[in-house]
Design a protein around this ligand. Structure first.
Ligand SMILES: [Mg+2]
Length: 382
């Protein structure tokens, strides 16, 4: 079998889909994108295309090694996301060739079902309470919310209190019926992160996420001293080599590699195995589209330390396109009591509606991160 073509589709709300075609009529799909840099990742995929067209799609590990190691300069979100989407598409082809879900080729399922969570938004306690009640009524047993908007190096305690008030609104409404994760989003500098983590301890959260930027991961040691809540990070870390010091340091409880950023299924399976050896859980990051989610689910199915899966249905970013708009059978992503049954279709288990994708690509997005500033005009983390 040979790769004959690699086509890219930039589709709303902020995604980039890749279709890899072969001379045997089997095609695989991947999602190579970094949010806000779709065109840069597209250029990286096109550079890899020169090497891949004409090659056998089945030698995935060898292609991964060539894409990663043949660059004297390597890594980074854009190049690793290009590799990720290509890797997903190659696994999709291999699964379809053998008529099996990818997880069957990676050792087989080690679970019956998978817990999922959804995002909820809301600036005021009443809004967040209503959103939590809605998620609970929809059958979710876990949600994630952002902690705060911009926060300066040293900032006022009223912002800390506002976060606590919003989390308290959920606990008041639902008690412990809903697991709550709070995403600091790397917006909080280490000093305020320490304060915020300590104040949130009373709410018995499922985890706090990116309490600091990954570039400041050494601060996790200090933050861990102030909370008993599990600490999660990893959506902005892109390979085994970036995770290894995090494991060695020993202050992380949950890693969140993104299968569209951290080298795809091949690399994230290895990162998950490293985490298992350090007694660390994995919760793959996935605010992206249906192909990225399909890849995550394949990994989760055969990974014992995966405990929950993020998914983007109804997420605030999904304006003009949502998770189910591009797939032929929306029932594969139906959740029962907060869990997803194992998907059974071949490859990534997702059948893409190519007509819907092609039509959406005619109205491409130009999604960019907002630029935020602090109260004194300095640039803040988003
Ligand atoms: Mg996050």
């Amino acid at each position: 079998m040979k790769i004959t073509a690699m086509r890219l589709y930039k589709v709303p709300p902020r995604w980039l889909f890749l279709k890899v075609e072969t001379d045997e009529g089997i095609a695989g799909w991947g999602e190579p994108v970094v949010e806000g840099r779709a065109d840069t990742v597209r250029a990286a995929v096109e550079e890899f295309r020169e090497y891949l067209v004409g090659k056998n799609p089945m030698t995935i590990e060898d292609h991964w090694q060539v894409m990663y190691r043949s660059g004297f300069y390597r890594g980074g979100p854009e190049v690793m996301s290009a590799i990720s989407g290509i890797d997903q598409a190659l696994w999709d082809i291999k699964g379809k060739f053998y008529g099996a879900p990818v997880y069957e080729l990676l050792g087989g399922a080690c679970r019956d079902k998978l817990k999922v969570y959804r995002w909820i938004g809301g600036d005021r306690p009443a809004d967040i309470r209503a959103a939590a009640l809605e998620a609970h009524e929809q059958g979710y047993s876990a949600i994630k919310m952002n902690a705060t908007e911009e926060m300066h190096y040293i900032d006022g305690f009223e912002k800390i209190q506002a976060v606590c008030d919003r989390v308290a609104a959920i606990r008041d409404a639902l008690g412990q019926k809903l697991d709550i994760a709070v995403d600091f989003h790397g917006r909080v500098h280490k000093t305020m992160a320490k304060v915020l983590a300590r104040e949130l301890d009373q709410f018995r959260l499922m985890f706090i996420e990116e309490p600091v930027l990954p570039q400041n991961n050494e601060a996790l040691r200090e933050i861990a001293r102030h909370t008993a809540v599990p600490i999660a990070t990893g959506e902005r870390m892109f390979s085994r080599w970036e995770f290894k010091n995090l494991f060695e340091d020993g202050y992380i409880d949950i890693i969140q590699p993104d299968l569209s950023h951290a080298g795809g299924i091949s690399e994230c399976k290895k990162i998950a195995a490293m985490a298992e050896a350090y007694d660390v859980a994995i919760a793959p990051h996935c605010p992206l589209g249906p192909i990225a989610l399909g890849a995550c689910i394949q990994l989760d199915a055969c990974t014992p330390n995966a405990f929950i899966q993020e998914q983007s249905l109804g997420i605030h970013y999904n304006k003009g396109g949502d998770l189910l708009d591009y797939i032929a059978d929306a029932s594969i992503y139906q959740y029962k009591d907060g869990f997803l049954d194992m998907v059974t279709g071949p490859g990534l288990g997702v059948e893409i509606n190519e007509q819907a994708v092609a039509e959406a690509a005619r109205r491409p997005h130009n999604w960019k991160n907002p630029i935020w500033r602090n109260f004194d005009g300095t640039v803040a983390e988003w």
